[in-house]
Design a protein around this ligand. Structure first.
Ligand code: NAD
Ligand code: TDX
Length: 342
């Protein structure tokens, strides 16, 4: 099924841009609006071809700003909220922006979803809300035990969503996925950082003993699950999304080195992240019962992903240097100010 019109917040970031690309490709009749404030993590290059082709309407705006949200959400049938502060290390340094965007921004979106009577509001959340696992698989009823300021903020957003579903009958669904990987991921995150450092012959900084585990899902598998939950999920319900592919970080780092084929980089063990969650583990039967199953094999997808960073060196070099901002200034700033980048 296709939606008539969707609002994708955070659509210039990693998962949001992959979602927008998938929807644009597979649902040619769906009108797509992206609302993104273009923080350090937002990169218009990720969707510039679709904006230039008139396939995506881009609105530069903040989910904390009621005027921007109201304008962008008007006419949307379904809202997908990907916009968030997302990097755990940054939240350990400074959590205020996480609380503002991930909690206050979500509240703001929910208020307008209620007022404008959207048919569906999809909150994109994370496995991190359950906290570190001692080996048990968490299902959707497991208690929330966030282990860092980022995941605590995501819990705040999730709980506000559930409260709006219960109190005002806003048609909310929540997805909680495990770690995503794929193209267009910011170079501050583990897999792109290690891949690009290896290409540059730099060291790969592994936290602690390197035996923390993450359950990796290819971004497009997650995007498909999100679209399915939007269509078939039950209001007020949470859906975990994971494939059960836990890997110790050391193993993933070795795999990256193998695919990049560099011998002048080395893995170095550095001081551990404060409060570092050892492992996340999810039961994801509920989303499978809706008809979802991953299409991607981890080994193949890792090879393809590393290849994407190898082939798109200009993209990540501009992210690392900050030069991707110049691209925005040159191509869009005036047009967006005049409301023409549609
Ligand atoms: P990202 O950091 O790559 O992108 C976030 C996007 O949101 C950026 O484009 C940024 O400009 C935008 N944004 C941030 N604050 C904003 C604000 N106040 N108003 C408007 N736009 C704003 O993040 P990502 O990795 O693509 O994650 C997307 C969502 O998925 C997040 O909600 C995150 O919590 C969730 N998630 C991510 C992962 C993962 O592995 N990356 C896993 C599970 C869940
Ligand atoms: O330099 C590094 N060295 C290292 O050992 C970095 C950046 C990370 N790591 C480790 C920490 C984690 O165990 O790699 C693992 C993955 O780290 P991140 O890429 O920072 O991801 P994580 O902390 O697991 O959180 C991610 O998945 C859940 C996303 O950033 C979140 O937004 C999402 O909710």
């Amino acid at each position: 099924m296709s939606f008539t019109s969707i609002l994708v917040t955070g659509g210039a970031g990693f998962i949001g841009s992959n979602f927008v690309r998938m929807m644009a490709r597979e649902h040619p009749d769906t009108k797509i609006t992206v609302l993104d404030s273009l923080t350090y993590a937002g990169n218009l290059e990720n969707i510039s071809d679709l904006i230039d082709a008139g396939r995506v309407r881009f609105v530069k705006g903040d989910i904390r700003d009621p005027i921007a949200v109201r304008a962008a959400m008007s006419g949307a049938e379904v809202v997908f909220n990907f916009a968030a502060e997302t990097h755990v290390d940054r939240s350990i340094e400074e959590a205020a922006s996480f609380i503002e965007t991930d909690v206050q921004g979500t509240y703001n979106l929910l208020n307008f979803a209620r007022e404008l009577k959207v048919a569906r509001y999809v909150q994109i959340s994370t496995d991190e809300v359950y906290g570190s696992s001692d080996g048990t698989d968490f299902d959707e009823e497991s208690p929330l035990k966030p282990g860092n300021p980022y995941s605590a903020s995501k819990c705040g957003g999730d709980l506000m969503c559930l409260a709006f579903a219960n109190t005002y009958k806003v048609p909310v669904v929540i997805t909680r996925s495990s770690n995503n990987f794929g193209p267009y991921q910011h170079v501050e995150k583990f897999i792109p950082l290690f891949t690009t450092n290896a290409m540059e012959g730099k060291d790969l900084p592994l936290y602690g003993d390197g035996m923390h585990q993450r359950d990796w899902i290819y971004v497009e598998d997650n995007c498909r699950a999100i679209a399915l939950v939007a269509e078939k999920g039950k209001t007020g319900e949470v859906y975990n999304i994971a494939v059960g592919n836990s890997q110790p970080n050391l193993r993933v780092a070795e795999l990256i080195l193998k695919h990049v084929g560099k011998t002048d980089s080395r893995i170095v063990f550095i001081e551990d992240r404060k409060g570092h969650d050892r492992m996340y583990k999810l039961k994801a039967e509920k989303v499978r019962k809706l008809g979802w199953q991953p299409r991607t094999d981890f080994a193949d997808a890792m090879e393809q992903t590393v290849k994407w960073y190898v082939q798109n060196r200009g993209w990540w070099e501009r992210v690392k240097s900050g030069a991707f901002r110049e691209y925005y200034e040159k191509h869009y700033k005036d047009k967006l100010a005049r409301g023409k980048a549609k």
